[in-house]
Design a protein around this ligand. Structure first.
Ligand code: 6PG
Length: 242
């Protein structure tokens, strides 16, 4: 069952997601001694990640007990403007007290994207003996076409039921992306979509309030089997005209 939280502004949304990050990571550490997080890409989460790096949130996060992964990565080098790693590193990771070994970036710079995906899967599996490793928290964004991570409508990765991470050809972008797959997203203990802006209101209406999950909107297929599902929206994305 998904939960929806609507914040009055982008700033309030960032505050709410940051507060939830503290709650969910603290709960994970209390229960299992460590926490495994998959960060979102794109631009929306930047404000949250920047906020977490500073007070009042910075000192409330048990940084040394969190392993950071990503939900997806573009086929670019880590210093490229489009790199999801670079976004999170600049906004947060480079500013907080964590060791390099806690940062698990997808090597988007590798020419062989399939090898990069397989290496990333091995890195995920190294942290868990579960058949499908369980992330404690997965942050996701939402594209206006209903994609999330790099699970785009009509792309092969949507059909992947075994692997945790694959290289996904995205014809409309004329590129490959490396992305976590639905099995690992749906094994998460908590999935949090972070969506802002009026431009996303139509797709939010379809995905969040739509009748049933369909491959037309990949984000609608993210339904954690035994985990929390949150839609963290600002008023504009929620379609509140107020
Ligand atoms: C990516 C993301 C992607 C993103 C959405 C929303 O690599 O681009 O994983 O799924 O979350 O496209 O992007 P914005 O937050 O920039 O609107």
């Amino acid at each position: 069952m998904s939960k929806i939280e609507v914040a009055a502004s982008v700033e309030a949304l960032n505050q709410a997601v940051a507060k939830q990050f503290v709650r969910l990571t603290t709960e994970a550490v209390r229960a299992r001694g460590r926490c495994v997080v998959a960060l979102a890409g794109g631009s929306t989460p930047k404000g949250v990640y920047r906020m977490l790096a500073y007070e009042p949130f910075r000192s409330r996060v048990q940084w040394d007990l969190i392993d950071f992964f990503w939900g997806d990565e573009r086929h670019v080098a880590p210093d490229h403007a489009d790199s999801n790693y670079r976004m999170a590193d600049e906004a947060m990771l480079s500013k907080v007290p964590i060791a390099q070994g806690q940062i698990h970036r997808i090597r988007g710079e590798m020419p062989d994207v399939d090898l990069a995906a397989r290496e990333y899967e091995s890195e995920i599996r190294a942290l868990s003996s579960d058949a499908v490793p369980r992330f404690d928290l997965v942050h996701l964004g939402l594209g206006t076409d209903g994609h999330t991570a790099s699970l785009f409508p009509g792309t092969p990765a949507l059909d992947e039921q075994q692997r945790l991470c694959v290289a996904n050809p995205v014809a409309k972008l004329d590129t490959h992306r490396i992305t976590l797959t639905l099995p690992v997203l749906n094994a998460a203990r908590a999935v949090v979509f972070i969506v802002s802006g009026a431009g996303k209101a139509p797709i939010v209406r379809e995905v969040v309030h739509g009748s049933d999950p369909s491959r037309e909107f990949p984000a609608a297929l993210v339904q954690p089997t035994d985990g929390e599902l949150w839609w963290m929206l600002d008023r504009a994305a929620a379609g509140d005209q107020a």
